[in-house]
Write a protein that binds this ligand. Sequence first.
Ligand code: AMP
Ligand code: MG
Length: 357
Amino acid sequence: MVRTRVIDVDPVNPSESALVAAADIIKRGGLVAFPTETVYGLGADAYNREAVRRIFEAKNRPMDNPLIVHICGLEWLGIVARNVPEEAHRIAERLWPGPVTLVLWKSDEVPGEVTAGLPKIAIRFPSHPVAMGLIERSGVPIAAPSANLAGRPSPTTAQHVIQDLYGRIELILDGGETLFGVESTIIDLTGEEPKLLRPGPIPVEDLERVLGIRIRIPDYAKGLSEAGVAESPGMKYRHYAPETPLELIEAREYDDISLYSLKVLEIAERHRSRGFKVVILASRETGHEYAERGFRVIELGSRKNLYEVARNLFNSLRAVDSLGVDLAIVEGFEERGLGLTIMNRLRKAARQNRIVV
Ligand code: AMP
Ligand code: MG
């Protein structure tokens, strides 16, 4: 058992004293949970093998699932990676600081513990003032996965981190709710062509514009299959799932939304007639229809603003378990822009997945 401190920080203008206290813990090999623009991260000094091992322990994370190294400043790119291709510089210059992670060849500076023994390293320059301030004052790159217990939905508030990691880490910086609410986009630039490993807040379409090429979307980036260890080891684990069984109901397209919601309603009614208590995670456009039929509804946001849906996603998945229901149903979203990111997370979270129209 570790004594966990929680310090409030202003997410826009974090106080020097909070950042220095957190950086001291990092420098001494401790673990600090901190807000980023995606989700909360659990950070340790990436150069300290023992500290990095403690991240895996605190999260119960499988040892073969590598971490992302967080830097503050483009000059670090050439220190933690080698043979950095021109595409990496282009993305870094255009989209960093921000929610996109580059997979490149690892330099010898970074110990193998960080990348689970892989020759490749995942690197990100976050844009959150608390994350930036912490990395800067620590003076080292910070290795950080999401600050949740392995398998659970990623944390978008400090309360989520407290639920999962209290008593396991030294410090939690509470900077309120995170902006995007889903983990970074990951793109591997070590091969002949760029490979999307995980969709995130930066849509693939934006990366295509920056690189001037089309990017193929593999099935595992859609959440439809598991990635091999060589692709992205973390993708093979079950993720984000609430304890309550979750059923994802998809449409091939969502143009006829009233027909789709009718199908969702049919399935929900069927479960209810068997005596199950059901909650439906739904869009603003359709949620009221289920509520009118007496179903509990968690509203995810509007289909016209998928940023809102992404931001509410993990919080809603966590909320399901506190409702005392037997089953949760979640609607699907069109797989364009942020919709691809949302569907990747939902397919990994769901125990069952069906297509109705
Ligand atoms: P998390 O921050 O918890 O989402 O975990 C980091 C994610 O980045 C995991 O899904 C990893 O599989 C992925 N990742 C980290 N390093 C690498 C790497 N060297 N190659 C491929 N994927 C990586
Ligand atoms: Mg994670």
